[in-house]
Ligand binder design. Sequence first.
Ligand code: NAP
Length: 339
Amino acid sequence: MVLSTESRLQLTPDLSICRILNGMWQVSGAHGQINPKAAIQGMFQYMDAGFTTWDLADHYGPAEDFIGEFRNQLIATRGKEALANLQALTKWVPRPRKMTKKLVEENINIALRRMNVESLDLMQFHWWEYEDKNYLDALKYMTELQTEGKIKHLALTNFDTKHLQIIIHAGIKIVSNQVQFSLVDRRPEVAMVQFCQQHDIKLFSYGAVCGGFLSETYLGKPEPRNVDLATASLRKYKNMIDAWGGWRLFQELLSTLKEIADKYGVTITNVALRYILDKPAVGGVIVGARLGVSEHIENNAKVFNFSLDQEDCDRIDHISQQSRDLYQIIGDCGDEYRR
Ligand SMILES: NC(=O)c1ccc[n+]([C@@H]2O[C@H](COP(=O)([O-])OP(=O)(O)OC[C@H]3O[C@@H](n4cnc5c(N)ncnc54)[C@H](OP(=O)(O)O)[C@@H]3O)[C@@H](O)[C@H]2O)c1
């Protein structure tokens, strides 16, 4: 199976990605035990199906090492040319403090070494505390490392619109911002989407399947208790569903999605992903991959084979209108990490 060309996005002139990115938080240990050998085997399956782009971070357990090992195995089994078809987008999530060139470079070097690359495809920077302005220095030094060839493109994760604006006005070129964006969490639509459109910045959306809640598995099911939820991801998004409008409204959303899904012969998950992918400024959706434990490759490929019509979107929006305003409750993108 190889995905249609519609699955690709030319993010920059030198970086083409798959619009469904494989999320590697799921190998961190917080989503069940991962067997490294089975995980790397699984990475071949994704790549061969056309899901060639990985989203990872310095703190996702062995994720960066898995990319390094995957690259080694690709070279050994398929030759160096095979690497051209692999994109690995990592993150650096430092503790806020004074940022020196030495400190920034040391951390970028760690990612380069772990991932076994000479240059990072995309570095997505996270910052915990806006009162600490050292994030601007960190980005300035990363821009220098970009000029020196250690980073191909600079990006952010969980930055709000106000601080994204400060960074852009400081003259730093940002390619993308990774934020939570789903049928449950539509906060990016308040300000972020418009700003990104104006400045040619793409959004990468996580949480678009709410850890698996946006699927047939939870349709018509009683509300789960926290202890029933096996992954950190499910626990994270159950909190979001509670804040958004609760289980009863969520069931209404699932029923509506199911009716739309049946119309196209696809699944609830497919509809949830298609809806977010079609939003302006969205470059891609990140779907967590519990490598070697579970996979939804064949099903997720269907996202690129159908489109939603206006009536479908109106029906979904009608449910959203009944939910609480998460922008009022939580704040702009990423504010959940800063309280
Ligand atoms: N920047 C940040 O702060 C941040 C935060 C969170 C996540 N992320 C990124 O986003 C990625 C995704 O993480 P997430 O927590 O948002 O998880 P998610 O993608 O919402 O959920 C992943 C889970 O959804 C289920 N799933 C996927 N496709 C499915 C399908 N077609 N049908 C039914 N179920 C399906 C699978 O569950 P089963 O395995 O149980 O089958 C999978 O483990 C992370 O790995 C990470 O890369 C970034």
